[in-house]
Design a protein around this ligand. Sequence first.
Ligand code: 2AM
Length: 473
Amino acid sequence: MSGGNDFGLIGLAVMGQNLVLNIESRGFSVSVYNRTPATTDDFVARHPGKRLTGCHSLADFVASLARPRKLMIMVKAGAAVDAVIEQLIPLLEADDIVIDGGNSLYTDTERRDAWLTPLGLRFVGAGVSGGEEGARKGPAIMPGGPASTWGVMRPIFEAIAAQVDGQPCVMHIGPGGAGHYVKMIHNGIEYGDMQLICEAYSLLQAAGMSTDQMAAVFEQWNDGELQSYLIQITAKALAQRDAETGKPVVDLILDKAGQKGTGQWTQLNAAENAVVISTINAAVEARVLSSQKAQRVVASRQLQGPPARLAVDHATLVAQVHDALYASKIVSYAQGLDLMRTMSDKKQWALDLGGIASIWRGGCIIRARFLNRITEAYQDDPALGNLMLAPFFQQVLNRGQMAWRQVVAQAVGAGIPVPAFSASLAYYDSLRTERLSANLLQAQRDFFGALTFERFDGPAGRWFNTDWPEVIE
Ligand code: 2AM
């Protein structure tokens, strides 16, 4: 038996509830189920007159959906997703589509795909970005899974996704775990963006700017090339006053960063594939070091450094930091795209990198004007290697590189940590250095391990040895 509802959603925490309201508001009838039935009843009761069907059992829930059934699981990532799938399997029929809209690790998605496909079910791991507000008003959606699901899901996904310039922020990303993978990279890039902004803040602060002055700077940056959701909320966060004390709220917030793990997943994946994502790594590690507050307090009294102050003209510094931030951001995206391209080749996902940049323009946390430039770069050259070599980005980097160096140099001189700015700059300089010091490294390897080396004056691919002297210790 099957009912007639267009869509079903399991897991009525805030993200799930907001997605249901979004889907319903676009004209779809939605069945809802939550493990704790009181939550279902409460949710349905709070939204009278809507096309919602609250279900107390998964059997009723499944029976209420039109075939092929389209249902989304929105529960805590990990074992809970497997638990729900286990219960659904005996209730579902061939061609039904099970979507995991949570923040699942892409390898879990691949495992679930391999589990459900032989049972005749279609599994879609979909990255959903934009937090609670995005879920309600329009997220960016990154669905993977079998291509046959796209035609079925497209009307719903396009109706509920964020829209930019009339384009919905959703596309079929690729087979298997590709959707959740791309969401993971989105989050890694988000870590990089956030850390770069925090480093910019730390430098402006070290120059003696007030939070209100800094709020004005970010506001102004949000009108230009750096326009982005994260710059916008940074301006608003800096301007916010504590109701009780009247102080800037940011001055009251403890400097200990939290994290939920997607940045670390990105690090691991990059390490496994030998792709350099030094900006994202620096961002993840900066969060880790920040969280070791007690140790930093001790070290701050024992390890010396110069006073963390910059005696510089504010307007000059603001202009330099702007360029450093923009250049570092380009490096961070170049690295994230490099990792996606590497995985796309390895897994034969055929990821459309320009298209992915395009759907990140709305709904998600890293939404930004400059993503248009990335899309254009891939339109101009679909075989583009490193993003930094696209003509537009070359020109931005060449224009900003001196200011970027001055920012990093001043920070180093004043003992102000700028791990993401400096990692980005080191990547830039490594990439553009024709002759690195790895000749000596190869000499060392050959010295202790007879690991051989190539020579400038030898044919490529021919390996040489040298008779190194004996070491007497
Ligand atoms: P609950 O309200 O019954 O706790 C976020 O935790 C969401 O995931 C909630 O809707 C929660 O349901 C649901 N959830 C967590 N673990 C679950 C499980 N093992 N099975 C089903 N739903 C689960």
